[in-house]
Design a protein around this ligand. Structure first.
Ligand SMILES: [Zn+2]
Length: 511
C-alpha cells in the first residue's frame, strides 16, 4: 500500500508543519458556525420541514450545556426500523470544518427532499443523525476569542480546580477518554493537549455518544476532524488494525471498501480525491472503542489540507465534504450487506440478540448486537456467501446461509424460546413423557386436563420449524403424534402451545 509507505514521511512532515494561525486574529472567521447560530438555524429548519427534521440533544456537556442533535428522516419525530447513521463534528473544538460539512449535508437533504429522487430516497429510507458540535464547551471557548483559542481542542474540565480556564492546564481530550487500551495509554499529565482524563468516560460528551451508539446501533459513525498538528490531510481512517498483533479487524475488507468509495467521491481543494488508510486500535479513541466494542464501522475524516479557512472558502470546504459523504450514505442505503430483525417466534417481540457472521468474526471485536427498539441489525459486507447465526439468552440459536451480490439481503430470525416461556407457571411437565416410540417415530404427549386445546410443533436445533405434529389437541388425554417421515436422525425440539402457555422439550430420533 503506497499510502502506508509514505506514512513515516508524513509523520515527520507533520511535526514540522503545524497549522499556523495568523497571530493577529482574535477569533475565527465569521463564516464558521457558532452554537447560537446553529440553534437559530435549527429552529428555522424545524418550522420549514417538520416532517423530516427533528431537533433533540445527544446529551449535555461538562458545563451543563445541551449538545444539539438532529434526526433527518421521513417521520423524523419517531424511531422507525431504518438503518441509522451518526455524523458528528468538533469533538476537538479547534477543528471546525466538520461542523460546516454537517450543516451543508443537512441543508442539501432538506432542500432536495421531494425534488431530487436520490436525496428523497436517503431521507425516506434512513435515519441520519447529526451532531454539528460535540465539544460545545471547548467550542464556545474557541469562538469567544479567548487567549489560545486556536489551540484549544479539549473540554473545559477544571483540572486544577481554581475556577478558571487555564491553558493548557485544564481540559480533557475527548478522543483519549474512552474505555479502550486505557491503562496502556499513559498520558496522564493534565496539561497535555492529549490528556486522557481522570478516568474513562469522565467527560459527559463522550458518555453521551457511547450511550447513543449502544442504543441506536448505527451502521456507521463518522467523526469529523481537521488537520491541526498532524499532516494527515484529506484522509479517511477506517477501523482498524490491532496493534497488539491480532492483525486486521474482521470487517477490514468492507471497511476499506467503504472508505475507498467515499474517499474517491470527496474532492480536496486541489481537485484531487481524498485518501484512505487503516487506523490502529492503539489509543483510547472513539474510533477504536466503537469498532472494538460494538463492531460498528467508525470512521475519522481529517477534512481538507489545513484547519482554518477564511471567507467563502469556509463554506466551499464544508460543501465538498458534504457532497462526498453522499457516497457513504448511498452505500448504507443500497448495500451490499445483510440486514434483518430478530424476534421472538411466538410473540413477535424484538430481541436484543447477537448476530454473528462466521466469515466476518474475530474475538478482537465485541459481539454485534441488534438494537433494542426493533431488533434490527445491519452489516455491510462485500459480495459473497455468509453463514449468519442469531443467538439470545433463553432462545435456541438459529443459523441461516445467504449469498450477497450487490444489494441488501434480508435475513430475519424468529427465535424459539428454550424455556417454558410466557404465561402462567405450568404445573405439569407435559413433555416429561415425550419420547420417540419404536420404529414408527412418534412422540407421546400427556396433556393435563383443564387446558385450552394445543398445537405441537417440531423444530431442529437451528431453530427452523420442521413440521406441525398436531393441532386442536384436546386436554386431559394422551396423544401419540407421528414425526415427519423425511427427518434425519438427531436431536429435535418439540414445542406445545396451549393458549398462552407453552412448553418445549427435546427428543432424540434414532434412524
Ligand atoms: Zn482532531
Amino acid at each position: 500500500m503506497s499510502v502506508f509507505r509514505s506514512r513515516l514521511f508524513a509523520i515527520l512532515l507533520g511535526v514540522l508543519i503545524l497549522c499556523s494561525i495568523a497571530a493577529s486574529a482574535t477569533e475565527p472567521d465569521p463564516h464558521y458556525w457558532r452554537l447560537a447560530d446553529i440553534q437559530a438555524q435549527f429552529d428555522i429548519w424545524e418550522a420549514q420541514y417538520p416532517d423530516i427534521f427533528h431537533q433533540t440533544t445527544i446529551g449535555t456537556s461538562g458545563r451543563r450545556v445541551d449538545i444539539p442533535m438532529v434526526r433527518i428522516s421521513d417521520n423524523a419525530a419517531i424511531s422507525e426500523a431504518e438503518p441509522r447513521m451518526l455524523f458528528h463534528g468538533a469533538l476537538h473544538s479547534n477543528e471546525p470544518n466538520g461542523t460546516t460539512a454537517i450543516m451543508k449535508s443537512m441543508e442539501a437533504l432538506l432542500l432536495g427532499y421531494g425534488k431530487n429522487p436520490a436525496t428523497t430516497a436517503r431521507v425516506d429510507s434512513l435515519e441520519i443523525f447529526f451532531v454539528p458540535i460535540l465539544n460545545v464547551d471547548g467550542h464556545h471557548h474557541v469562538f469567544s476569542g479567548d487567549v489560545a483559542w486556536a489551540d484549544w481542542r479539549k473540554t473545559l474540565r477544571d483540572n486544577n480546580q481554581n475556577g478558571e480556564v487555564d491553558f493548557p492546564a485544564d481540559g480533557v481530550d475527548l478522543n483519549r477518554n474512552w474505555d479502550w487500551n486505557w491503562d496502556e495509554y499513559d498520558e496522564d499529565n493534565s496539561s497535555s493537549l492529549k490528556y486522557k482524563g481522570p478516568f474513562p468516560f469522565s467527560e459527559p460528551e463522550i458518555a453521551a455518544v457511547r450511550d447513543f451508539i449502544l442504543q441506536q446501533r448505527p451502521v456507521v459513525v463518522v467523526d469529523y476532524h481537521s488537520p491541526v498538528t498532524i499532516s494527515w490531510r484529506s484522509y479517511i481512517f477506517w477501523p482498524w488494525v490491532d496493534n497488539g498483533g491480532g492483525g486486521m479487524g474482521p470487517d477490514a475488507a468492507v471497511s476499506e471498501d467503504v472508505a475507498e468509495l467515499w474517499a474517491g467521491a470527496t474532492l480536496n481543494e486541489d481537485g484531487n480525491p481524498y485518501h484512505d488508510i487503516y487506523a490502529y486500535s492503539t489509543l483510547p479513541k472513539e474510533q477504536c472503542w466503537v469498532y472494538g466494542r460494538t463492531g460498528i464501522l467508525a470512521y475519522i475524516m481529517e477534512i481538507s489540507d489545513h484547519c482554518w479557512w477564511s471567507g467563502a472558502q469556509v463554506d466551499t470546504v464544508g460543501a465538498r465534504v458534504a457532497r462526498g459523504s453522499n457516497a457513504l450514505v448511498d452505500r448504507v442505503l443500497e448495500g451490499p450487506g445483510i440486514r434483518g430483525q430478530v424476534r421472538d417466534e411466538g410473540t413477535g417481540e424484538a430481541l436484543v440478540a447477537e448476530v454473528k457472521i462466521d466469515e466476518m468474526h474475530s474475538d478482537l471485536v465485541g459481539p454485534r448486537l441488534t438494537e433494542a427498539g426493533h431488533g434490527m441489525y445491519h452489516r455491510l459486507t462485500t459480495a459473497g456467501s455468509y453463514t449468519v447465526t442469531a443467538s439470545c439468552e433463553g432462545y435456541f440459536p438459529q443459523t441461516q446461509c445467504v449469498s450477497v451480490a450487490s444489494s441488501w439481503e434480508q435475513l430475519d430470525f424468529d427465535l424459539v424460546a428454550s424455556t417454558s416461556g410466557v404465561g402462567p407457571a405450568i404445573e405439569y411437565p407435559w413433555l416429561a413423557t415425550a419420547h420417540v416410540l419404536g420404529s414408527d417415530h412418534s412422540v407421546r404427549l400427556e396433556m393435563p386436563a383443564g387446558l385450552p386445546s394445543a398445537t405441537v410443533e417440531l423444530f431442529d436445533l437451528r431453530g427452523h420449524r420442521v413440521g406441525i405434529l398436531g393441532g386442536d389437541l384436546e386436554s386431559g388425554r394422551t396423544h401419540d403424534l407421528k414425526l415427519p417421515d423425511q427427518i434425519s436422525g438427531g436431536v429435535y425440539l418439540v414445542r406445545v402451545v396451549a393458549g398462552d402457555q407453552r412448553q418445549t422439550g427435546r427428543v432424540t430420533v434414532v434412524r
